[in-house]
Design a protein. Structure first.
Length: 591
């Protein structure tokens, strides 16, 4: 007795009965790969790639057909075993495979006018056979993943069955990579154990490489800095790749772009856009718009907020509640006894006038607004000569303001809170612009000065995140100011070398003997040396490159190896069954 295997060219191979199917498979592959058929014709790289993709798709679809129709074929096998009756036209898998073959052939015919040398719809080279096996391996992996997901969804919550299903359905991408790699390696080596080993290793290797390609610069920001970067994005403050990742090399490059000829102007536009967005966010806190906090903008805000106060005060009668009495006593106790003999009577006269009005049932809005204005003006006048007296007057005014806020009619409470908040924020912005820097004079809000002013507003609460502009000021000090100090050395050296050693400054030194005497070559190298940084900057600042450098999703591409993933990969790629026999021989070998 012998086993016969017919090749595609009509030849028949004979093997002794009982021959290991793996031996038959290797023998047929050896013949097909040597002198069994004519060599595959030479094709273009595009067509070869298309054929590889086609074979991988066919392998996936055919193996998927076997998995999908497995339950039906199992039923028919039982019917055949009991009755001897076979379904007409073959099994469900065979019928579905035939339909797939017809469909793929039709697809190939459709692209034939565009790819006339596409060739037959069967694998011709070892690479194509590997691709077909890889597609089948990917289908095997999904054959584990999909049922596992269904099982997990249908099982009782917390049950062992649900745990098994979730483990099988976990990390489908890693399992498909493993299945495709295992199938291809098994096909190429005729060793299913090597295929299993490759399947176990491939997800980690592919994930690591893909992750590094997707995220070439890994973030070095601390967790708090990362949260501030997220705040900046929410606020609409653009961050460069160096800022978004915390990469010092990238930040140094960005700082260098800001100093060299041909790149300084473009980099200043990047910084200007960021500072303008920062200014815009700060101005929102005082109800203003725009990207420059000029004197006119701040004065306009002061007049508008002052008018809001006058309007609200006119509609409010300040009621002397119990809280007001306690606050007034605390203010007097804290400041009155420490004032000098000239300032103390003035302070106590204000307190007496306020008490007299309050004792008559409350302070009308017009009187409250007048008293508040007097206290503010006097405190401002005394700030330079007697800061303690100015502080006492402001404390008395704040006590009056708190009572007015508690007394305001219900329908005006939100407007009152808004006016007070904007007034306090305005004072903070004014302090932040009180320095003499050129940026502040030009309408910018210096990030460091804003942080100082906000911290002075609430020294204890600043570190805990308190304060309306707390997060904005921290975003500013972390990202908006240039974190790489620049002494001006790079640009000075460039211009110095350009005047004293022009060839060296332009990068010509060492480029070849006689270059210094060739004016055309010198001009060419000089133009390249000057324009090169600008070309590099244009590429670096482009949206695709910035998005690529900022991307941090690559870290998630590495699979999480655990018992569930290893078990699923092993189940889909474990040697045994039909997976190790060439599908073309199964029928011939009676398997």
């Amino acid at each position: 007795m012998t086993i016969e295997a017919q090749l595609a060219d009509g030849r028949v191979l004979q093997f002794p009965d009982g021959t290991d199917p793996a031996v038959v498979q290797r023998t047929v592959k050896t013949i097909l790969g040597s002198d069994g058929q004519s060599a595959a014709p030479e094709r273009s790289a595009g067509v070869r790639a298309a054929r590889m993709a086609d074979q991988a798709a066919q392998g996936f679809l055919e193996r998927g057909a076997e998995l999908v129709t497995a339950p039906a074929d199992l039923v028919w096998a039982g019917v055949e075993a009991l009755t001897g009756w076979k379904p007409p036209g073959g099994t469900a898998a065979e019928k579905l495979k035939g339909a797939i073959q017809s469909g793929t052939q039709a697809a190939n015919n459709a692209v034939a006018p565009f790819l006339p040398d596409m060739g037959p719809n069967v694998p011709e080279t070892q690479g194509e056979r590997n691709a077909r096996a890889a597609g089948g391996g990917a289908a095997d992996a999904l054959g584990i993943v999909v049922p596992g997901g269904v099982l997990a969804r249908g099982a009782r919550a917390g049950s062992v069955l649900q745990g098994v299903g979730r483990a099988a359905a976990a990390q489908p991408g890693a399992q498909v990579i493993a299945g495709a790699t295992g199938g291809a390696v098994t096909e190429a080596t005729d060793n299913p154990w090597l295929g299993l080993g490759a399947a176990l290793v491939a997800p980690g290797a592919v994930g690591k490489v893909a992750g590094r390609v997707a995220s070439p610069v890994r973030s070095s920001l601390t967790p708090e800095q990362a949260r501030l970067a997220a705040d900046a994005r929410t606020m609409g403050i653009p961050l460069t790749a160096g800022q978004a990742t915390g990469s010092r090399p990238l930040r140094s490059l960005e700082s260098l772009f800001g100093t060299l000829p041909m790149t300084a102007g473009a980099q200043q536009k990047v910084q200007r856009a960021q500072q303008g967005a920062f200014n815009r966010e700060a101005l929102k806190f005082i109800g203003e718009t725009g990207t420059e906090a000029t004197d006119d903008v701040l004065n306009s805000a002061r007049q508008r907020i002052g008018a809001d106060f006058e309007n609200l005060a006119a509609q409010t009668t300040v009621v002397p509640d119990q809280q007001f009495g306690a606050d007034l006593m605390d203010t007097v106790a804290e400041y009155s006894r420490r004032l000098d003999v000239q300032r103390k009577p003035v302070f106590e006269n204000f307190v007496s006038d306020i008490n007299d009005v309050m004792s008559q049932g409350g302070m009308p809005g017009e009187i409250y607004q007048k008293a508040r204005s007097q206290l503010s003006q006097m405190a401002k006048a005394a700030a330079g000569t007697d800061p303690y007296f100015a502080q006492a007057l402001r404390a008395l005014r704040d006590t009056l303001d708190d009572a007015a806020e508690r007394s305001v009619p219900a329908h005006l409470k939100d407007d009152w809170k808004k006016a007070r908040a904007q007034w306090g924020n305005l004072r903070t912005l004014e302090k932040s612009r009180s320095n003499t820097t050129a940026a502040a004079a030009g309408g910018d809000i210096p990030a460091t000065q804003l942080a100082i002013a906000e911290r002075q507003r609430n020294p204890r609460g600043y570190a805990m995140g308190d304060g309306p502009m707390n997060r904005l000021s921290k975003v500013g000090t972390t990202f908006v100011r240039d974190p790489i100090p620049n002494s001006g050395t790079p640009e000075r050296l460039f211009w110095q070398n350009l005047m004293t050693n022009p060839l060296g400054a332009l990068g010509v030194a060492g480029t070849g003997a006689g270059l210094a005497t060739d004016p055309v070559a010198t001009m060419g190298y000089g133009a390249l040396a000057v324009a090169g940084p600008r070309l590099a900057q244009m590429g670096y600042n482009s949206r695709p490159v910035q998005a690529w450098l900022k991307n941090q999703r690559g870290a998630a591409m590495a699979p999480q190896y655990n018992a569930g993933l290893l078990g699923s990969i092993s189940a889909a790629n474990m040697p045994g069954g039909e997976g190790e026999i060439d599908p073309r021989l199964l029928g011939l070998l009676g398997q």
